[in-house]
Design a protein around this ligand. Structure first.
Ligand code: UDP
Ligand code: MG
Length: 320
């Protein structure tokens, strides 16, 4: 039987944690009796520098419940880094780890299927949403646009898969070799390879608390995803430059001709094309700047997370 770890990043999740812990404890008990999870399996709650009572709750639960382990990050590092912190901790003790959100929007009933696929020899199992009914129309269309755009750029992402996935220890070891600071796990995990499969589920609504992904974070997450995996935007600038050069050349000739023929005030066209070019140039500088900023972050290679405290984890690291 495998030792299974559920890795759960938590940021200000005091409202949902009691219910989450309750449901996952029941789940782990069932999985143990069904022969899907060995003793020592647990949920690893990662406190991502929460400002509310999340860590107090995790400490309380871990003291009274053997299925709860916790780590506390030194400060808020964001969902992806918190997830990585949990996975990198889990890989020391578990045979496989499933990442899921604290709000249990992802259906926990399919956890058995995940583990079953792992037992059948898969190293990575993706949880894929069947439908997106629980999302707002806005989130649905932007998400669809994002996946389509990524596809166009040649980035391999699994459609309608968020961060609900199982990874074997082998896959986690491989993931630990990727040292990029600009973390976008959805794009990174497909690069690992190994045997993969998917399970399908319906996503629920968050049952308490609020989404920690406001529009601003969603946009920066999407930009991060694109610029971490593709340099196509840079190549697009080149094409854009060619097009604007060509168009402006035509414009210049045309205004010259019309000026000579009818004495049109050519400076009007001149003024507007100046603004247009200025805009395009600034935009392109922004794109180049985004990449330069990323290089800056990568070169410094600061630690992606720092663990301040851990609770209820085994004293010994599991050997292969
Ligand atoms: N989260 C985190 N750090 C952050 C933001 C979010 O660890 O800075 C966690 C959060 O606690 C939750 C998961 O990431 O477990 C997904 O966040 P949320 O449910 O708010 O996102 P949504 O489902 O609305 O996309
Ligand atoms: Mg959520």
């Amino acid at each position: 039987m495998p030792v299974v770890y559920f890795v759960i990043p938590c940021y200000n999740e005091e409202k949902v944690l009691p219910e989450t812990v309750k449901r996952l404890t029941e789940k782990l008990e069932k999985m143990q009796s069904a022969g899907l999870a060995d003793r020592g399996s647990c949920m690893l709650l990662v406190d991502d520098g929460s400002r509310d009572a999340t860590w107090e709750l995790i400490s309380k639960f871990s003291a009274e419940n053997e299925f709860v382990a916790g780590i506390k990050l030194a400060h808020n590092r964001g969902h992806q880094n918190a997830l990585l912190a949990g996975l990198m901790t889990a890989r020391k003790y578990a045979d496989c780890a499933v990442s899921l959100d604290a709000d249990l929007q992802d259906d926990v009933d399919i956890l058995d299927e995940f583990v079953q696929k792992f037992l059948d020899g898969c190293d990575i199992v993706y949880g894929v949403r069947k439908r997106r009914e629980t999302d707002t129309v806005f989130k649905r269309t932007t998400a669809l646009g994002f996946y389509k755009f990524m596809e166009k750029l040649g980035v391999n992402v699994v459609y309608n898969h968020a961060d609900y996935r199982l990874m074997s220890r082998r896959a986690l070891d491989a993931l630990s070799e990727y040292r990029e600071v600009n973390l976008f796990l959805r794009g990174l995990v497909p690069l690992i390879g190994f045997r993969t499969d998917s399970v399908y589920y319906d996503r629920h609504e968050r049952f308490a608390g609020e989404s920690k992904y406001p529009l601003k974070k969603m946009v920066s997450f999407a930009v991060d995803g694109i610029t971490s995996f593709s340099v196509k935007p840079l190549q697009m600038i080149f094409s854009l430059g060619m097009i604007t050069t060509f168009v402006s050349l035509v414009g210049v000739i045309w205004s010259l001709v019309s000026h000579c023929a009818h004495g049109t005030a050519a400076w009007i066209i001149g003024v507007w094309s100046l603004w247009l070019l200025g805009g395009i140039l600034l935009l392109c500088m922004g794109v180049v700047g985004t990449y330069v900023g990323k290089i800056y972050g990568e070169v410094k290679a600061r630690p992606r997370f720092l663990v301040e405290q851990s609770l209820n984890l085994p004293a010994e690291v599991k050997k292969n």
